[in-house]
Write a protein that binds this ligand. Structure first.
Ligand code: GLU
Length: 508
């Protein structure tokens, strides 16, 4: 019988979720949706030393912002609760014990000094310094100590760990949906710790046990976990869970824009783009990192952009709504090669999504920012400002930032235009155009443009000499939205005041 598709995103709350992590969550979500399956959020917090306060809340807020919905997990519960590994502590011990009783794992009592000595000895002998089938027989563990001594040490509460006992020479093979067959020799692996002296499982044990108990069918995660996969496969084998072992899909790395190396937490603000979905203030150092949300990105654009970092559809379309992605997404079209982060593409996606947004809605979202800037405006004016400016910007807030002159009078006038193009003739022309405007009954862009052209023709001046000076007189800036539409939007009274001020203040 086909099993119901169940996937999970299993982050460790060790800091703000990186956009690479968001992409992993997103691919899991899309895959679950595509197959009418379940998507779980499990928090893997067994390494208490790396816990960062606020990290879990950050993940949940990110999901909310992006509209990534999970149907089981922290915060909402479900059949397999709890979903926070620190609250499942009791579950793991019995599984570690089961492996010890079946001779698939063993107690190890080595101190840090013992391990250090082993490392030195192996290095001196030019051998790989790892705890494995060869070296374990020289160490203090339940394979080398008498069973009485082991019992005694356990009874005395001596610190110990439980290590997996890997076969000396064997081959581990599994099929990865993205990478194909992966084959690793156990001689290249080591007897990883499964259970620690603090009574907590390590990531490997907890991850495998929970994936099994939570009936996970596909493990979709970052490439950095590929080296751990053979160990996980061995655990499925040792537990006798091979028939329900999830299928693996290890996603390609997100690379720096120039392509060399993994996109790191530090790259973002250094290179001028966020690498985190939301702004984050480090609780220990107070250091701030910028986020996509606060930078003004639309969640739909971020979803589309992230999906395309490592995946491509069957045709060359680039704009996909989330519903279209649910249909179109497949792991088979995820690339093996690392995906270079492309900031311009991120901006492009945001630009595209901004164009699709309703003007009144954008206007609404900008009213507070306008107020903060002290602009006295109304929703009607703002909606028209949006329709004029939208095409020229990547972010909604740029309508106010770049188009500030729509809301306030210019205090300076583009120097290059003034020095190159302003003259007595231009000055006089603008004076006369002002008089026409004063008498204009029909203040439409079309009408204004006609009057402008007529006057220019009458005076035999090329409009090319006049357009930029008029724009600068109105807005102060050399570029901007279509000039006569802008004048129409500003209205008769305001345009008159602006032109009068310009004629008085522009020194040429
Ligand atoms: N806890 C691991 C992480 O932080 C999960 C890896 C996995 O999905 O198995 O990424």
């Amino acid at each position: 019988m086909e099993r119901r598709v169940r996937v999970r995103f299993a982050p460790s709350p060790t800091g703000p979720l990186h956009i690479g992590g968001v992409r992993t969550a997103l691919y899991n979500y899309l895959f679950a949706k595509k197959h009418d399956g379940d998507f779980l959020l499990r928090i893997e917090d067994t390494d208490q030393t790396r816990f960062v306060p606020g990290a879990e809340e950050y993940i949940i807020e990110t999901f909310k912002w992006l509209g990534i919905k999970y149907n089981e997990g922290v915060g909402i519960g479900g059949h397999h609760a709890p979903y926070r590994q620190s609250e499942r502590k009791e579950i793991y011990k019995q599984y570690a014990d089961q492996l010890v009783s079946n001779d698939f794992a063993y107690y190890a009592f080595d101190t840090i000094e013992d391990l250090e000595e082993m490392r030195k000895k192996l290095e001196a002998a030019k051998l790989p310094s790892k705890y494995d089938a060869s070296s374990r027989m020289t160490m203090k563990n339940s394979l080398t100590l008498s069973s009485d001594e082991v019992k005694q040490r356990l009874a005395n509460n001596e610190p110990y760990v439980i290590r997996i006992k890997l076969p000396r020479k064997d081959e581990v093979r599994f099929h990865d949906i993205i990478r194909g067959w992966v084959v690793v020799q156990t001689t290249q692996m080591d007897d990883k710790v499964l259970y620690k002296s603090d009574g907590m499982p390590t990531y490997h044990l907890a991850n495998v046990v929970d994936d099994y108990l939570m009936k996970i069918t596909h493990v979709i995660r970052g490439e950095e976990w590929l080296p751990s996969a053979p160990l996980h496969v061995m655990l499925y084998k040792y537990f006798g869970w091979e028939s329900v072992m999830p299928q693996f899909a290890h996603l390609p790395l997100l690379l720096k824009p120039e392509g060399n190396g993994k996109l790191s937490k530090r790259d973002g603000d250094k290179l001028g783009f966020p690498v985190f979905p939301l702004e984050w203030t480090d609780p220990f150092t107070n250091e701030k990192s910028s986020g996509y949300r606060e930078s003004g990105y639309l969640p739909e654009a971020v979803i589309n952009m992230l999906t395309f970092l490592g995946w491509h559809p069957s045709d060359n379309r680039e704009i996909f709504t989330i519903d279209e992605l649910f249909n179109e997404f497949s792991l088979e079209r995820v690339s093996k090669n690392g995906a270079k982060f492309d900031q311009n593409k991120a901006l492009w996606f945001n630009h595209k999504y901004l164009q699709m947004q309703n003007n009144a809605e954008i206007a609404n979202s900008l009213m507070t920012l306008a107020e903060i800037n002290g602009y006295n405006t109304n929703i009607d004016f703002m909606t028209k400002a949006v329709s004029l400016m939208k095409e020229k910007v990547n972010f909604a807030k740029e309508i106010i930032e770049k188009g500030y002159y729509l809301f306030t009078h210019p205090t300076k006038y583009d120097e290059a235009v003034v020095s190159k193009k302003w003259s007595d003739i231009v000055h006089q022309f603008i004076e006369e155009f002002l008089n026409i405007i004063k008498k204009e009954e029909n203040f439409s862009a079309e009408n204004l443009e006609n009057s402008f052209k007529e006057l220019a023709l009458q005076k035999s001046i090329n409009t090319g000499q006049l357009l930029q000076p008029l724009r600068v007189a109105i807005s102060g800036e050399a570029g901007g939205p279509p000039l006569f539409n802008m004048i129409e939007l500003l209205g008769k009274n305001d345009s008159i005041i602006r032109l009068e001020k310009a004629l008085k203040n522009i020194k040429y």
